[in-house]
Ligand binder design. Sequence first.
Ligand SMILES: [Zn+2]
Ligand SMILES: [Zn+2]
Length: 258
Amino acid sequence: MPEFRWVDTHCHLQHAAFDGDRAEVLERSLAQLDWLIVIGDSVASSEQGCAMAGPRVHATVGIHPHEAKHADAAALEAIETLARREGVCAIGEIGLDYHYDFSPRDEQRSAFAAQLDLAARLDMPIVIHCREAEEDLAALVESAPVRPRGVMHCFGGDAAFAERCLGWGLYISFAGNVTFSKAQRLRDAAAVVPVDRLLVETDSPYLAPQPLRGKRCEPPYVQYVGEAIARLKGISSETFAGHVKENALRALGLSTRA
Ligand SMILES: [Zn+2]
Ligand SMILES: [Zn+2]
């Protein structure tokens, strides 16, 4: 065991994949990590995340673009109420996903805009999900009355889009797919992000990194993502893990007691 610990800035321990052993996974995760953030993607998962929040477990609340067709006024009001709960650090994950198109694109855009507005009203950071929707997402971010702050999660764009996100002031988080052999484009994007703007995550239960690709992903696997980026940056894992923690504190306004 190394002397230092990683953090997982984005995981979905609420997911049904953990129904059989959620408490054990959380216990093992907290034994190996400093802290983690459980991410909401619907009203139900946001409620569940709030219930898991504690001294080393932070939560975010929000409606994922996949769920945008359910983001009616009542759902948005429920998210607003949850956002005021203790232990909630951000609105997310929110954004656009034109790869799966599980919700109509116009409903994705209006759910994203409504939650950008919510984050601005509550003065909270956001966690953004963007897949194959860079231009529409940029239009909404750039026309928002209050420029959002926070994290572009599971970065999937190219180096030019990474630079655009940096220009907006966002932090950029990489997940296990950055370790895949064919992911040179993601590594090229990570190369342009300064170490004081980088985060790492697992997006558990999805995207287990090499050498565990294909398994159910768990928060401690963030180590492999962190090690891959540290190698890319030519710094030690310990140094990079320290940067990630400081960056997450700044990006999401987390209390240092975490
Ligand atoms: Zn996502
Ligand atoms: Zn996610």
